[in-house]
Design a binder for this molecule. Structure first.
Ligand code: ATP
Ligand code: MG
Length: 425
């Protein structure tokens, strides 16, 4: 065998064939095997109908039954098995009006988006089926539509986004006619569900060299659909010390952030993180992450910051987001004209931030060594808003000096600061 296909995947292929079907590894994994990349998802195509596939394996999840896809759960991993299909006409630019199961792998390969994704491999016979010469495009490192790009993009407006995503993540170029077909497909792309666009956008943003692909998206009109919030930063004066306008600066900072994609996205939409994350139907947790980082990203500055001030910043963004905050700030400094000097100063600060974040101190008043009910009982107070005021003041004191976080020390502070008359007695 020319490729290293895991035994459990081979077993699935064998089982499909033993039931009288045809079976191939297809699409992404074949492309990645030819590129020598690690395969993450195994996709298998067969002419057996889904009901038949379901009956063959003990653990099957009907992930996309009506499109002919089921997931086979094995001990060593999962594989998606999809029945060969032909897609009917696309009236809406998003979904084929009907899918029809077929017996011929070549018909199935014809519906696939790019030549590099339209190769099938039979691991038993070691045979490759490559009717669109995807292997040549893999060698030339080109993303080329299967068939006429204009028609294929008009069928499904997500494909232009996928072209950019694959080019960015694989380090390929987009073949000229395929690239030229993007601008006229934009109206179709507008009809595509935002979640599908978002998923491609995030995968694209995860590519180490994404900046030039943002430019490709801008010039072809895709950026206006996928991320208008970033487009709005064009022509707006940027911050001093950075080259270019606000748009240029954000794209440069984005690429300088090591990852993850969600954080890179935050760096692109600093004016309206909440609105952009809502429009892209990101989760509530992602939205809060974005808003928190944007709110506090300027607070970590190179001026004098006391340990207390740093703990306050850590508490505000929460410890879980400290690395994200540091990565975003560092990227800001590395892309400045006067960056190199500042980056080493920032790295010193970052070491201090990490050390303080690793220490045990309460992030919130509820983590104090003195609890509200204890405070009320010990000092004979009435419960009321004052209790919250006192606890927040104690928390502020503890952020400046965590050694104060003992019950006795905190009670002493309350007596001294809030009830001086009583404690004199
Ligand atoms: P990845 O490694 O990112 O998963 P992939 O090639 O497996 O890459 P998927 O999005 O998982 O990409 O799609 C699996 C396969 O299905 C593709 O290789 C392609 O052949 C086909 N495909 C997926 N989406 C489309 C589409 N919108 N139009 C045409 N074919 C598509
Ligand atoms: Mg895949």
């Amino acid at each position: 065998m020319r490729f290293d296909v895991p035994a459990w995947v081979l077993e699935i292929v064998r089982a499909l064939k033993a039931a009288g079907g045809k079976a191939f590894v297809v699409g992404g994994p074949v492309r990645d095997l030819l590129l020598g990349r690690v395969v993450s998802d195994w996709d298998i195509a067969t002419d057996l109908v889904p009901d038949c596939v379901v009956a063959l394996f003990p653990k099957v999840v009907p992930t996309g039954l009506k499109h002919g896809t089921v997931t086979i759960v094995g001990d060593a991993g999962k594989a998606e098995v999809t029945t060969f299909r032909r897609e009917g006409p696309y009236a809406d630019g998003r979904h084929p009006d009907a899918v029809e199961f077929v017996r011929d792998i070549e018909i199935d390969l014809a519906r696939r988006d790019f030549t590099v994704n339209a190769i099938a491999y039979d691991p038993e016979s070691d045979e490759l089926r490559d009717p669109y010469d995807g292997q040549s495009d893999i060698t030339a490192r080109l993303i080329r539509a299967v068939g006429a790009a204009r028609d294929r993009f008009r069928e499904d407006g997500l494909r232009p986004m996928r072209a950019v995503r694959f080019a960015a993540t694989l380090g390929f170029e987009i073949e000229a006619a395929t690239l030229a077909a993007i601008p006229e497909a934009i109206e179709t792309t507008r009809k595509v569900a935002v979640e599908r666009i978002r998923d491609e956008l995030l995968k694209m943003l995860g590519a180490s060299r994404m900046a030039r692909w943002i430019e490709v998206m801008r010039k072809s009109g895709l950026l206006a659909v996928a991320l208008p919030e970033l487009l709005a930063a064009r022509g707006i004066a940027g911050k001093p010390h950075h080259a270019g306008d606000l748009y240029d600066q954000r794209v440069a900072i984005c690429e300088a952030i090591p990852g993850p994609a969600r954080l890179r996205l935050v760096a692109l939409v600093l004016d309206s993180p909440g609105a952009a994350f809502i429009r892209l139907a990101m989760s509530g947790a992602d939205r809060r992450f974005a808003e928190t980082l944007v709110q506090h990203h300027d607070s970590l500055h190179l001026g004098d910051l006391t340990d207390g001030a740093i703990r306050r910043i850590i508490a505000s963004v929460s410890r879980a987001n400290v690395e994200a905050l540091l990565a975003m700030r560092r990227a800001d400094f590395t892309t400045r004209a006067d960056g190199p000097v500042l980056v080493s100063a920032f790295d010193t600060l970052a070491t201090r931030v990490r050390r303080l974040a690793a220490e045990a101190w309460p992030d919130r008043p509820s983590g104090l060594a003195l609890r509200g009910d204890d405070l009320i009982a010990s000092l004979g107070l009435y419960s009321g808003p004052e209790v919250g005021v006192i606890l927040r003041a104690l928390h502020a004191a503890v952020l400046d000096d965590p050694a104060l976080n003992t019950r006795d020390a905190l009670l002493a502070i309350v007596r001294r600061e809030f009830f001086p008359k009583n404690s004199e007695k």
